[in-house]
Design a protein around this ligand. Structure first.
Ligand code: FES
Length: 160
């Protein structure tokens, strides 16, 4: 496994984020820093969170608190594509169970699992703020709404 350490590119991006905040409020960039690093490694190790804490001059525990509060941050490696299925109330009423069942039929995995080839991880998540398009799921950075078995098949076929 490659060692997870802040790359020069990540540091440059985080420093750009820091320009948005007063010099004594570096911790304000913590969510952006976590996103930048996760975009590179797909997940966040304790060591990399310590590096983020050092860079932002904040206690590591505060970085860890943010990273564990939000479901978009990963604490173990995930597949090349992450499928987050909303199972909150609107999506549940509109068929999120059917979405998960169909995904399981197609990929062989359920929530919290990754395909053996490391291609896809499925997660069950809370409301993603697209209730009007329920049932919905997020695939990597894109939202897909009003899901049907046919549209799910198309989305899966479109993944590289
Ligand atoms: S309940 Fe699913 S997006 Fe809000």
């Amino acid at each position: 496994m490659t060692e997870m350490t802040l790359s020069a590119n990540a540091i440059t991006q985080i420093e750009k984020e820091l320009e948005k905040y007063p010099p004594d409020r570096k911790e304000s960039a913590v969510m952006a820093a976590l996103r930048i690093v996760q975009d590179e490694f797909r997940w966040l190790s304790k060591e990399i969170m310590q590096e983020i804490a050092d860079l932002l001059e904040m206690p590591a525990i505060h970085v860890y608190e943010v990273a564990t509060f939000y479901s978009m941050y990963e604490h173990k490696d995930v597949g090349q594509h992450k499928i987050c299925v909303c199972t909150n109330i609107s999506c549940q009423l509109c068929g999120s169970k059917g979405v998960l069942d169909h995904l399981k039929e197609k990929t062989g995995i359920g929530p919290g699992e990754t395909t053996a080839d490391g291609r896809i991880t499925i997660k069950e998540v809370e409301c993603l703020g697209a209730c009007g398009g329920a049932p919905m799921m997020q695939v990597d950075k894109d939202y897909f709404e009003n899901l049907t078995t046919e549209s799910i098949d198309k989305i899966l076929e479109g993944l590289d």
